[in-house]
Unconditional design. Sequence first.
Length: 183
Amino acid sequence: MRASNKTRILDAAVRVINREGVRAVTFESVSSEAGLTRGGLLYHFPSREALLRGIDAHLVQGWEASMQAIAGKPTAQTTAVERYEAYMRVSAQSATRAELLFMLESMDPETGSAPWNEAMLRWAPSPPAAGTVAPSAWDPFIARLAADGLWIYEAMYNGTLDAAERAIIVARLAQLLKSEPAS
């Protein structure tokens, strides 16, 4: 039951953030949204900082689970191109306010780890090695930049694309990935 209450709390906190922003995350707002007592929330998250770190990890886990579902297998069993394509497809979905805010501000001050950065290293194409001049070597990274831009376009600028338009964009981005040899 504790795990389900913890997930319930994190899901409630994400709803508060999507509706009102991170500043609205208080023990009162989250416990009310989750339908739990403040004590029930404090049992799982003894401080606001612990709650925020929990939200961050929860969002990253959900984001990675979406990419694994699209890839159809665990991360360790995917090729680079399969991971990149899953990243493109997830990025073609609209980002939530909570995802963007936490992606921008993600850093555990105690450990110095950045969960979003760690996930990006697993899933998103990196720039090619320094000095690379072959244009096709840049294609996977350019596809990533375009996918990131699509995500931000809808989240920050109220841009809207329907499913058919998104499918066209993802198909074009997937073509750029074909220049990257599978690994």
